[in-house]
Design a protein around this ligand. Structure first.
Ligand code: NAD
Ligand code: DAU
Length: 341
């Protein structure tokens, strides 16, 4: 089979490419990636020599480029990881989130329809919005996104489902929980906190830190997507997570304990506007396809933290480069205006 993996140089996409090439030795992968700040060729540095892997640098919103990549490589399946993905970036500059996440996904759907290709879309638990205590989101729940990022992902999900209903396009969707693991850009909380702690810098916890997230290992997301690709029902949505959540303060404590660092590094700062208090998903529908996560959230955060401690050569050039400008914009005032926990 020939797969077009959009966003394959990003965090989850690169982990998925690595996993799929190892597990499916007869398949070929074309990574289709615009290489934004979050997309890094070096995430797959050891694999580019493989005759089974190639890269097309292009935008998913570019219809001609996407059509050409599918035709020239006889693509059987598109897996759409490509997106603008950081909630805080979507608050600072939201329009690119519509361009890529909504229009880009729509363009891929049009290409898939024209060429008769199955498309799998990678979505997120954020489309369900804030989840009150006592409830876990199921796939049929109404969508109630609350950030520009989440709204753009919800719009994309609706388009994917509309193409199934209207054109019978063979589609599936997975909605992932908060992933952690190797090669995650350090704007996201676990790599940010792990690398700050390694450097002895403050960990900026938004608000009271009692927000709840299901921190799932990216490996389990990859096997969940694989399960849906191999055994999922066309037209269906599947949640992918551990089904268990922890507070951000619990997550911070795991990071600090894993690195042998002191809790005095914790600094409570001004909260994220519209911060969703709790995400929690029921993953029984995926479990019914004989899938089980390998890691619980505690193991996932520990493993991810260890990877950043052991792989400074990957993240130091990022942190010393353009990331610095974003970091100052997002955190300088927050960190200056607050006190340590
Ligand atoms: P990431 O930001 O690490 O990577 C995104 C990738 O998409 C990068 O390689 C980037 O260059 C590429 N890209 C961005 N815009 C593009 C465009 N217009 N055309 C082509 N390529 C483009 O993201 P991630 O964390 O790996 O997330 C991957 C997918 O999984 C996204 O769809 C995201 O919404 C979803 N998701 C992420 C998480 C998470 O915790 N990180 C959880 C659930 C779902
Ligand atoms: O839930 C799935 C989503 O997880 C994905 O769809 C997104 O692409 C991904 O970015 C992630 O979104 P979150 O907003 O949940 O992740 P983030 O790592 O930005 O933040 C996780 C939690 O940590 C959240 O409650 C906000 C908090 N946080 C985050 C940062 C960056 C802090 O307290 N301080 C921080 O500096």
């Amino acid at each position: 089979m020939n797969l077009l993996i959009t966003g394959g140089c990003g965090f989850i996409g690169s982990n998925f490419v690595r996993y799929w090439l190892e597990s499916h030795p007869r398949d070929r992968i074309v990574v289709y990636d615009k290489l934004t700040y979050a997309g890094r060729r070096e995430n797959l540095h050891d694999l580019w020599d493989s005759p089974r892997l190639s890269l097309v640098q292009a935008d998913i919103a570019d219809m001609d480029a996407a059509r050409r990549a599918c035709c020239e490589n006889q693509i059987d399946l598109i897996v759409n990881f490509a997106a603008e993905t950081h909630v805080d970036q979507s608050i600072l500059g939201p329009l690119i989130f519509t361009d890529t996440n909504v229009r880009g996904t729509h363009v891929l759907l049009e290409v898939a329809r024209e060429l008769g290709i199955r498309m799998h879309h990678i979505s997120t638990d954020e489309v369900y919005g804030h989840i009150p205590d006592g409830h876990q989101s199921v796939e049929t729940d109404p969508l109630a996104p609350r950030s520009p990022y989440a709204a753009s992902k919800a719009a994309a999900d609706q388009l994917v489902q509309a193409y199934y209903i209207t054109y019978s396009l063979p589609v599936t969707i997975t909605r992932g929980a908060n992933n952690v693991g190797p090669f995650q850009y350090p704007e996201k909380v676990v790599p940010l906190f792990a690398t700050n702690a390694v450097l002895g810098e403050a960990l900026p916890v938004y608000g009271d830190g009692l927000q709840m997230r299901d921190y799932a290992h990216v490996y389990d997301h990859c096997t969940g997507i694989e399960t849906v690709l191999l055994r999922g029902e066309i037209g269906q949505v599947y949640n992918v997570g551990t089904g268990r959540e922890m507070t951000n303060l619990e997550m911070v404590n795991i990071v600090l304990e894993t690195l042998g660092q002191d809790r005095s590094l914790i600094q409570h700062v001004t909260d994220r506007p519209g911060h969703d208090r709790r995400y929690s998903m029921n993953v029984d529908k995926l479990r019914a396809l004989s899938w089980e996560p390998k890691y619980d959230p505690w193991q996932a955060v520990t493993e991810a933290t260890r990877w950043y401690a052991q792989n400074r050569a990957w993240w130091e050039p990022i942190r010393n480069g353009e990331f610095r400008e974003y970091y100052d914009r997002q955190y300088a005032e927050r960190l200056a205006g607050t006190r340590k926990a």
